[in-house]
Write a protein that binds this ligand. Structure first.
Ligand SMILES: [Zn+2]
Length: 98
């Protein structure tokens, strides 16, 4: 009987570990999805306007500032990477310079 209980406990523990692992994976996939959505949205916005729509030509700085506020680095160090830790001093100084 004790043996059965021990086995059951082991299984539950294993199950719990797996569940924790899956939960972690799920969070990282959600983050990745969110990042891809933002990237996709931004990329779509860079596409030329469709026929019949007014084509808006953006100044270089506007595009960079926009990219930055969309959450991406525009500095040389990490250009195009997602800003996962808030503001980037390098990006800001670059945007101010222009
Ligand atoms: Zn940066």
């Amino acid at each position: 009987m004790d043996d059965h209980i021990k086995k059951l406990e082991d299984s539950l523990e294993e199950f719990y570990v797996t569940l924790k692992h899956l939960t972690k994976e799920c969070v990282s996939l959600q983050n990745e999805l969110e990042r891809l959505r933002r990237e996709n949205k931004w990329l779509r916005e860079q596409l030329p306007a469709r026929k019949g729509e007014e084509i808006v030509v953006k100044e270089g700085q506007d595009a960079l500032a926009r990219l930055y506020y969309e959450g991406f680095h525009v500095c040389h160090l990490q250009y195009g990477n997602l800003r996962s830790e808030g503001d980037c001093l390098f990006c800001i100084s670059l945007l101010k310079k222009q």
